[in-house]
Ligand binder design. Structure first.
Ligand SMILES: NC(=O)c1ccc[n+]([C@@H]2O[C@H](COP(=O)([O-])OP(=O)(O)OC[C@H]3O[C@@H](n4cnc5c(N)ncnc54)[C@H](OP(=O)(O)O)[C@@H]3O)[C@@H](O)[C@H]2O)c1
Length: 377
């Protein structure tokens, strides 16, 4: 009798409850009027109704946004170039929800296939250096414009383009010049595109804290005086995720930067403090740094490129009145409080588990009058 009761309860009540639809399960998109139909209770195994394409998903920021989208039931198309580069993304979502597609940025058919069914396209494609096949213009301007144009032609509802803070057509840095032209080209092809300009991003496996913590000697340029406002990768990914549902972000430009400004040398001091090492620090004059990086800028050496040296001379500058985290309801994480987990692996075995500040005292920063960084733990 009991089992009959259980079966009838399951058969009759649970399926009906879970299949019931409410008015708020259907959203009509503002731009194209396409219906987005939600199904399920929410979360990884439900269906949010959205299909997103994330170009540049195989990079540092890409994996965080793919994970954020897939865990709430969005189907994510992940265009990739190298077979192994997309492997880790498959497990971000439920079975069949993360769909890898091989693509070439120059091949329009590939791009069409990747965006055809999507209602939102994120373009995270970017490169800090030029390669034999791709100049910065080909990646940041031509490639971005091509994806934006095809997305518009195929009726994609939203386009989110990731650029960079400090973009300027007259910047001494080729990277920032090409990113500025890229924004313009994207806006021309897709006028309602949302532009996102993050400052230097830090997080697990970044190319900022990790790179400087890994070096035996600390090298700085510009006397460590360049001003930076590092932003956590969690915050940038959260902002990108919020843009999917928040239609007030259509056509807007967001500058995403951390809560505090630092001189570069202060960041180096912080890294030294966190990894409990006092490294000899060299200030390399610009002509020598450029000559060295030009001579050794070989892909297999994984050195710093000349474009990256130029970037290190540009102070982070906020555009007055630009929208930021506050407009998305996000309070950004600070560098001091969130860096230890990222660089701890560069500590010696002796110091690995020690609390902060147990090691030798760190000398005062040469840039500021007094050390301003205070690490709490
Ligand atoms: N990380 C930062 O500190 C920072 C700061 C400001 C702005 N941004 C911008 O934010 C975006 C994401 O940054 P990220 O740190 O995640 O970059 P990343 O780790 O270097 O990843 C870049 C992505 O772009 C793809 N890509 C590069 N060149 C390509 C090409 N020619 N054809 C097709 N795909 C190409 C890469 O694919 P493969 O894996 O196949 O190479 C990779 O998926 C970029 O646009 C970057 O410029 C980053």
């Amino acid at each position: 009798m009991f089992s009959v009761g259980v079966i009838s309860w399951r058969n009759l009540c649970i399926p009906r409850l879970s299949q019931k639809r409410f008015a708020h399960d259907i959203v009509i998109t503002q731009r194209t009027g396409k219906p987005i139909v939600k199904y399920g209770a929410g979360g990884r195994s439900s269906v949010s109704g959205h299909i997103a394409t994330v170009f540049g998903c195989t990079g540092f920021l890409g994996r965080y946004i793919v994970s954020k989208l897939a865990r709430q039931g969005t189907q994510v198309i992940v265009p990739y170039r190298d077979e192994d580069s997309k492997r880790h993304l498959k497990v971000c979502g439920d079975l069949g929800q993360v769909v890898p597609l091989e693509f070439d940025l120059r091949n329009e058919k590939n791009i069409e296939e990747a965006v055809r069914h999507s209602d939102i396209v994120y373009n995270l494609i970017g490169r800090d250096y030029e390669t034999r096949n791709f100049s910065l213009e080909k990646v940041h301007v031509e490639g971005a414009a091509r994806i934006a144009r095809i997305s518009r032609e195929l009726g994609v509802d939203r386009f989110v383009h990731v650029s960079a803070l400090n973009v300027d057509k007259n910047s001494p840095s080729k990277f920032y010049r090409s990113k500025a032209l890229g924004e313009e080209a994207v806006k021309k092809e897709f006028p309602d595109a949302t532009i996102v300009r993050p400052s230097t991003i830090f997080g697990q496996e970044d190319r900022f804290l990790t790179r400087y913590a890994a070096t035996k000697y600390g090298y700085i340029v510009n006397g460590g005086r360049t001003k930076v406002r590092p932003v956590h990768v969690f915050d940038v990914a959260l902002a990108l995720e919020r843009m999917q549902k928040d239609e007030s972000t259509i056509g807007e430009t967001y500058e995403l930067y951390g809560p505090r400004e630092y001189h570069f040398e202060q960041v180096m001091d912080l890294i030294d403090e966190l990894i409990d090492r006092r490294r000899i620090r060299f200030n390399i004059p610009k002509p020598i740094a450029l000559a060295f990086t030009k001579a050794f800028n070989l892909p297999f050496l994984l050195t710093v490129s000349p474009e990256e040296i130029e970037k290190l001379y540009v102070n982070d500058k906020i555009t007055p009145g630009a929208k930021t985290f506050e407009d998305l309801g996000i309070r950004p994480l600070s560098l001091e409080m969130n860096s230890l987990g990222i660089v701890r692996r560069f500590r010696s075995a002796r110091a690995y588990d020690q609390p902060l500040g147990y090691g030798r005292p760190i000398e005062k920063s040469k840039v500021g009058k007094k050390r301003e960084i205070h690490v709490e733990y």
